[in-house]
Design a protein around this ligand. Structure first.
Ligand code: C2O
Ligand code: CU
Length: 487
């Protein structure tokens, strides 16, 4: 069992502790059946296929992505219409290599404008897939990524202003795994033992159609992993690298194995940590990535372990379960988790200090998602202002390192803070040094109600206008976005 104290040590505030339900860990009990009940752990996990380049030149891989409607079997026996980058939910994975360029040619066959933002990437503005820089119906666009940054689990999602929330919800995202030969040489679990787990939730109606209603977290109670509801994964009794990616619009996952065994956290948003860090609880908010090594070698064949989610909103018999591991026979394992994973970039002395305050209308008891009614008229702000594409909120001089204090001024609603262009480094959470799992390169940070973090970022790559925003995508769509210009 996970002690409340462990959660407190992780700096998780009352917002999450208030909803931690121990029944989520007391597995095996009878699950109430309802018409909408989808059986848990009856289908194997699938992994999105790796997209093959349509052309390879000396230094560039060319890809073709058709943005289109597609059908996906999110729950058994039901075909659900989704929006997709190239088919499937999530779309196929781009596997890129550091130092080798990728040119991704998009064709938009949807009626709406779309973009493709490489989340976590440091790219010139014209390849950032910004909110106002969209591809119209029938339009084409090539995004070029130099991949001149640390290996990391990046992901691509739509960012078209005003429609991104519904588009991402309906499926417009895919993984973009940036690899590096130096990282491969570490000997971490690889190949079929390196498994991405894209986590999200969904609300399906009785016919299996995706229902989108703004800020409707509570009713999005079907948990999908790589696009399937509550799958199982057959694992050999050995080590696995699991890349946890939260592609939800609103849901934060507080994950633990059902026996409380520790997971070794090895990487965060921007790539490897300096050192692995064992923890029984892993928190992943929308947009964040956490990579862990799970070691199944100590379990007898036949053991079943649930990856549980310890927080709502939503019914815990549904949202409290994510995936089940079925442990099989031991398999040879020459992988290792080195004590030092890499040297993180230096932390230059910041010369500019700024504050960012996130806040949102919180009507009534107001927890995001309670019913969702009236969300349409609500707004979210950063420093008191909603998004205005014509306004630059923050001007940064190229080459500068800045120190930012970011506060969630809300009483009930969690937010997070995502910055384009730069990976930042978290310094403190509520005045205390951050947990080692948060001390690596980050582009998104979770803030429970009332929390404050400090971070520093160095803007020494590209110039231009980039957004920062809450990555609870519905909140971003409610205006919780600002713009920074690097000049
Ligand atoms: Cu994941 Cu502004 O984006
Ligand atoms: Cu928010």
């Amino acid at each position: 069992m996970i002690a409340r104290r462990t959660l407190l040590q992780l700096g998780l505030g009352a917002g999450v502790l208030g909803t931690v339900a121990s029944p989520a860990l007391a597995l095996g009990g009878a699950r109430p059946r309802s018409a909408a009940a989808v059986p848990h752990f009856t289908r194997p996990l699938t992994v999105p296929p790796v997209l093959r380049p349509v052309r390879r030149t000396r230094d560039t891989d060319h890809y073709l992505v058709v943005v289109r409607r597609a059908l996906a079997e999110l729950v058994p026996g039901v075909r659900t219409e989704v929006l997709s980058y190239g088919g499937g939910l999530p779309g196929p994975t781009i596997s890129a290599t550091r130092g080798r360029r990728a040119a991704v040619h998009h064709v938009n066959t949807l009626a709406d404008p779309v973009s493709a933002h490489l989340h976590g990437g440091a790219n010139p503005v014209e390849h950032d897939g910004g909110m106002m820089d969209t591809v119209p119906r029938g339009g084409r666009r090539t995004y070029v990524y130099e991949n001149d940054q640390s290996a990391a689990s990046l992901w691509v999602h739509d960012h078209a202003h005003h429609v991104e929330s519904e588009h991402v919800y309906r499926g417009l995202s895919h993984l973009y795994l940036l690899r590096d030969p130096a990282e491969d040489a570490l000997g971490l679990p690889s190949g079929r033992y390196d498994v991405p787990l894209v986590l999200r939730d969904a609300r399906l109606d009785e016919r299996g159609r995706l229902v989108y209603e703004l800020d409707d977290a509570e009713q999005r109670s079907t948990v999908l992993v790589n696009g399937r509801a509550w799958p199982y994964l057959d694992v050999a009794a050995r080590k696995y690298r699991l890349r946890l990616v939260n592609a939800s619009n609103l849901r934060t996952f507080v994950l633990a194995l059902s026996d409380g065994a520790p997971l070794q956290v090895i990487a965060s948003d921007g790539g490897l940590l300096e050192r692995p860090f064992p923890t029984p609880v892993v928190v992943v908010s929308p947009g964040e990535r956490v990579e862990v090594v799970a070691d199944f070698s100590g379990y007898a064949p036949g053991t079943q372990l649930v990856l549980a989610n310890m927080t709502g909103p939503g019914p815990m018999d549904q949202v409290g379960e994510v995936l089940r591991f079925h442990v099989g026979a031991p398999a040879p394992d020459d992988s290792r988790v080195p004590e030092v994973l890499r040297a993180l970039p230096p932390l230059p002395e910041p010369t500019v200090r700024r504050e960012f305050v996130l806040s949102m209308d919180e009507p009534g008891t107001g927890h995001a998602g309670h019913g969702g009614h009236g969300a349409e008229g609500r707004s979210g702000t950063i420093n008191g202002r909603t998004f205005d594409p014509a306004r630059i909120d923050t001007r940064v001089r190229w080459g500068t390192t800045e120190h930012w204090t970011v506060t969630n001024a809300g009483a009930t609603v969690p937010h997070n803070f995502h910055l384009h262009l730069a990976q930042f480094r978290l310094l403190t959470r509520d005045g205390r040094p951050v947990d080692p799992t948060e001390a690596g390169e980050k582009d998104t940070v979770l803030l429970f109600p009332g929390q404050t973090v400090t971070l520093q970022a160095t803007f020494d790559t590209h110039r231009g206008v980039y957004p920062y925003h809450c990555h609870l995508v519905d909140h971003a769509a409610m205006g919780m976005t600002g713009q920074l210009e690097v000049v």
